[in-house]
Design a protein around this ligand. Structure first.
Ligand SMILES: CC(C)(COP(=O)(O)OP(=O)(O)OC[C@H]1O[C@@H](n2cnc3c(N)ncnc32)[C@H](O)[C@@H]1OP(=O)(O)O)[C@@H](O)C(=O)NCCC(=O)NCCS
Length: 186
């Protein structure tokens, strides 16, 4: 299956709202619930000029929404950013998460000139941390009972991937052609 990355655009707002409100997605993530199109349109206006984040949408060739993700808190000084990803809740466990994550890691180090990317994930989010660990992320620590979710305090794992870790990975891409980004729809 071909996956087409593009920058997040206003046409994607409805899909983002649907996914955020989907219990499969929000049981593992920390969004301000419920999401609404109005709130998300306002959020979109604020991110348009915000150089400290970049948001992507990943489409199938037939126009199906496959995944969304990106980097937040991008620091030019420290060259780090926090990473996030969510896959269409109807299409989990088909390898999409792994592929879009690896595309974004390559983007972080080849295009965004970052030195470190990191993320937090719940202790029980096996699907997420299997992807990160297989891609070379290092578990840097656990914040014990850090967040309240699903009726209990959740441990939060912090994972990091340095550029030097990424350089050792077999899956990393050096070919700049892999990083064509369709901005025409933005
Ligand atoms: C986490 C998420 C992105 C994974 O995406 P996905 O497309 O379902 O994952 P993949 O199919 O690429 O699977 C990646 C690996 O995790 C494994 N995996 C996937 N779901 C799993 C599950 N529920 N339990 C155990 N392993 C799982 C797969 O077998 C695969 O391992 P493999 O390479 O050894 O076969 C997706 O579940 C999601 O969007 N979840 C909701 C949002 C979220 O939690 N985002 C991350 C927040 S940190």
């Amino acid at each position: 299956m071909k996956i087409v990355p593009k920058l997040f655009s206003k046409e994607d707002i409805k899909c983002r709202v649907d996914w955020i409100n989907n219990p499969v997605v929000n049981s593992t993530m920390y969004f301000d619930l419920p999401a609404s199109e109005e709130k998300t349109r306002n959020w979109f206006k604020t991110i348009a000029e915000n150089k400290s984040r970049i948001d992507f949408t990943f489409m199938g060739e037939d126009g199906t929404y496959l995944a969304m993700g990106g980097f937040t808190g991008i620091s030019e000084e420290h060259r780090y950013a926090e990473f996030y990803v969510m896959v269409n809740p109807e299409l989990h466990r088909q390898g999409i998460g792994k592929r879009v994550c690896e595309w974004m890691y390559n983007c972080a180090f080849l295009k965004l000139n970052l030195n470190r990317i990191y993320l937090y994930t719940n202790d029980d989010n096996v699907a997420a941390y299997r992807i990160y660990e297989k891609s070379g992320f290092i578990l840097e620590g656990t914040l014990r009972q850090h967040k309240w979710k699903n009726g209990a305090f959740q441990n939060r794992r912090i994972y990091g991937l340095l550029k030097s870790d990424w350089e050792r990975q077999d899956w990393k891409k050096n070919n700049e052609d892999e990083f064509r980004l369709d901005t025409a729809n933005q």
